[in-house]
Design a protein around this ligand. Structure first.
Ligand SMILES: C[S@@+](CC[C@H](N)C(=O)[O-])C[C@H]1O[C@@H](n2cnc3c(N)ncnc32)[C@H](O)[C@@H]1O
Length: 228
């Protein structure tokens, strides 16, 4: 197995079947959520940090898929997973804050349990907005901070949690950060995964429309006559 240095040990992304029934229930639940998120995506798709390639089996119809994965060991694992599945994914070394793509060329950005781990959430959201086409969507499955007292407990444990889980944060208000970045949340479904850790918050599956900039026909290079 390739060595991974930067992949967050997000407690919600893990749970291989070596555990007991609670672990298997979590894994089955997560697998269904992954299928709901990535199964319907079409067109030109970018996934942020696929870790172990766990989402690849669930894709059905992207025109192309680029996986931006900062961790070298994880890239090897995802490449192998893609080859085993015969899936035409391109895996590139890239931080989510700096995607090697031009403005507005992507139809869908996928983030599954990745925004909990990125070093700079606001910079990552700005970068997602930059690469998305005017009609583009961010589709996501993320664990987020709880409301009320559990949320305050998450704030307290966040520094230790983040150390142990290699950068994964339990206290991120990810959906609020998307709204603040100008995304329009068109779907957001909060659920409690089975057998979750007491201090892990709810998991939200959702869709967000790209922040408004100018009128899309003014931004479209093709309509401006730039047929590059
Ligand atoms: C918990 S893993 C999630 C893996 C996968 N998306 C899944 O559904 O299981 C987090 C992903 O974010 C990536 N990542 C990006 N920036 C990171 C950072 N600063 N620290 C840790 N992980 C980071 C990791 O390489 C990894 O692929």
């Amino acid at each position: 197995m390739a060595r991974t240095d930067r992949v967050a040990r997000c407690p919600l992304a893990r749970s291989p079947r070596r555990g007991g029934p609670a672990c298997r229930a979590h894994e089955d639940w997560l697998s269904q959520r992954r299928a709901e998120v990535v199964g319907p995506v079409r067109g030109r798709v970018v996934e942020l940090g696929d870790g172990t390639g766990a989402n690849l089996p669930h894709y059905r119809g992207p025109r192309w898929l680029l996986v931006a994965e900062p961790d070298a060991g994880a890239r090897t694992v995802i490449d192998r997973q893609a080859a085993d599945l015969g899936f035409p994914a391109t895996v590139v070394a890239a931080d989510p804050e700096r995607l090697p793509l031009p403005d507005g060329g992507v139809d869908v950005v996928v983030s599954v349990l990745a925004l909990c781990a990125v070093a700079d959430l606001d910079a990552t959201l700005a970068e997602i907005g930059r690469v998305l086409a005017p009609w583009g969507r961010l589709v996501f499955l993320e664990h987020v901070r709880s409301a009320g007292f559990p949320g305050r407990c998450q704030d307290l444990v966040a520094p230790l949690w983040s150390r142990l889980a290699r950068g994964c944060r339990p206290d991120r208000r990810t959906v609020a950060a998307m709204s603040a970045a100008g995304f329009r949340i068109t779907e957001a479904e909060f659920r409690a995964p089975p057998g979750r850790l007491p201090l892990a918050g709810p998991v939200v599956r959702g869709v967000a429309a790209r922040p408004e900039r100018g009128a899309w026909w003014r931004e479209t290079r093709w309509l401006r006559g730039e047929r590059t």
